[in-house]
Design a protein around this ligand. Structure first.
Ligand code: PLP
Length: 402
């Protein structure tokens, strides 16, 4: 990789053809009548939401899901026309923005519906999906009584109930008991909603884990996140599913500094590492402010296809590795991905810090440039942070402050 346009020797590579292929595999596995909603929240789990949304739509997904309204607006303002559902409730005062940009929103509170009326202007319909809490204990209607109380406010001409959905707490677990309880609660609720005569076209509940494991959870649509990025929801699912997924992301850097340090020298903050003999020490220009966590201390990276231990404490912008011999400055370092016959996976890193694989890319920050590949060719390079300057005249605001 020629890094001259990146302004630094650290970058992410994202292979869009792999994401496309993961979606195609999932699509073939699902029955044709089941709609496919791709979850691209949190900047597509760190892969870049606009780029992933475009490739997902090229692979014929039906809809997109994001977490917050600003994520939906970013996609809309950049030309994405597909249905978008915001999974976390928006502010009641933003109701007109959702309508203006044709964004579907999640609703579950009576108080929200009442407050929204203070703001909504015009007769244009608001598209909503009702969220049911069947056992995650996060957000959603907890029972029929709560929904019954909302019915008079829902059956208005300017509200379209597009969907009803729930989210599973344990779909990736080996034990199916709690999953089955949630599924049953959702089926009951769906039955009841239909019997009440509410006009709902899409019932949906499955995330990646449920979609890959339980065909009775498909309903009208599945909401798939991790799987499109090539992350299996669990080892168990990896072993049992016929769907072959491939990771789309790798993280790269280059040795910035290589030096021989005498036995008894110290490396890093708090003199956390002491050389045990004369050792070759390399410095890698990526740190916790890039999303390369301090808790990766004690893990390793790949240089020349070999595992090199991370030593000392990880700094904000750099960290150190122990090398078995002298390596040239600029030697490639692989932090996530393959190098020769060796590989560091998101699962490996997640296991080291006691987390889930998707947390790792989600935390990589804007400072790390993203280089997009499609069938071996670079098709996009992102080197700038995506936030737009705000509407506040900064200098004036500072001057005016008392
Ligand atoms: C994130 C999310 C999904 C996707 O989950 P994955 O496990 O990444 O497939 C689906 N539904 C909701 C409500 C979510 O928050």
């Amino acid at each position: 990789m020629d890094t001259s346009i990146l302004h630094r020797d650290t970058w992410l590579e994202i292979h869009l053809d792999k994401i496309e292929n993961n979606i195609k595999q999932l699509r073939e596995y699902l029955p044709p009548y089941v709609k496919f909603m791709a979850a691209v929240k949190a900047d597509a789990y760190g892969h870049g939401d606009l780029q992933v949304a475009k490739i997902a739509l090229k692979a014929n997904v039906d809809a997109l899901a994001v977490s917050i309204l600003s994520e939906a607006l970013y996609l809309r303002k950049n030309g994405i026309k597909a249905p978008i559902l915001v999974l976390t409730p928006i502010l009641p005062s933003d109701v007109n923005i959702a309508i203006e940009y044709d964004i579907s929103i999640t609703v579950f509170q009576l108080s929200w519906l009442k407050e929204m009326r203070l703001y909504k202007v015009g007769r244009k319909p608001l598209k909503i999906h009702l969220k049911i809490d069947t056992g995650l204990g996060r957000i959603g209607l907890r029972n029929k009584e709560e929904l019954e109380a909302m019915l008079p406010l829902l059956t208005k001409e300017d509200i379209v109930i597009e969907g009803v959905y729930t989210h599973f707490a344990t779909a990736n677990s080996k034990n199916s008991a709690y999953f089955n309880k949630q599924l049953e609660a959702f089926s009951d609720m769906a039955q009841w909603i239909k019997s009440e005569g509410l006009d709902v076209s899409i019932f949906h509940c499955a995330n990646s884990a449920a979609a890959l494991k339980y065909s009775n959870s498909f309903f009208d649509m599945v909401r798939i996140g991790v799987a499109i990025f090539g992350i299996y929801p669990s080892e168990d699912i990896r072993k049992t599913t016929p769907v072959h997924l491939e990771s789309a992301l790798s993280l790269h850097s280059k040795l910035l500094c290589v030096k021989k340090m005498k036995k008894g020298s110290f490396v890093g903050y708090d003199t956390a590492y002491e050389t045990k003999s004369n050792e070759w020490i390399g410095t890698v220009p990526i740190g916790y402010a890039d999303g390369w966590f301090r808790c990766f201390q004690g893990f390793h990276v790949l240089v020349d296809g070999q595992e090199m231990p991370i030593i000392g404490k990880i700094c904000m912008d750099q960290f150190m590795v122990r090398l078995p011999e002298k390596y040239a400055i600029g030697t490639p370092v692989v932090l996530i991905g393959k190098d020769g016959s060796n590989e560091i996976t998101l699962e490996d890193l997640a296991n080291h810090i006691g987390s889930v694989p998707q947390e790792i890319p989600s935390m990589i920050t804007y400072r790390v440039p993203k280089v997009y590949y499609y069938k071996g060719k670079i098709v996009e390079v992102l080197t700038e942070r995506s936030w737009q300057p705000s509407k506040y005249p900064f200098n004036k605001a500072i001057a005016d402050a008392k």
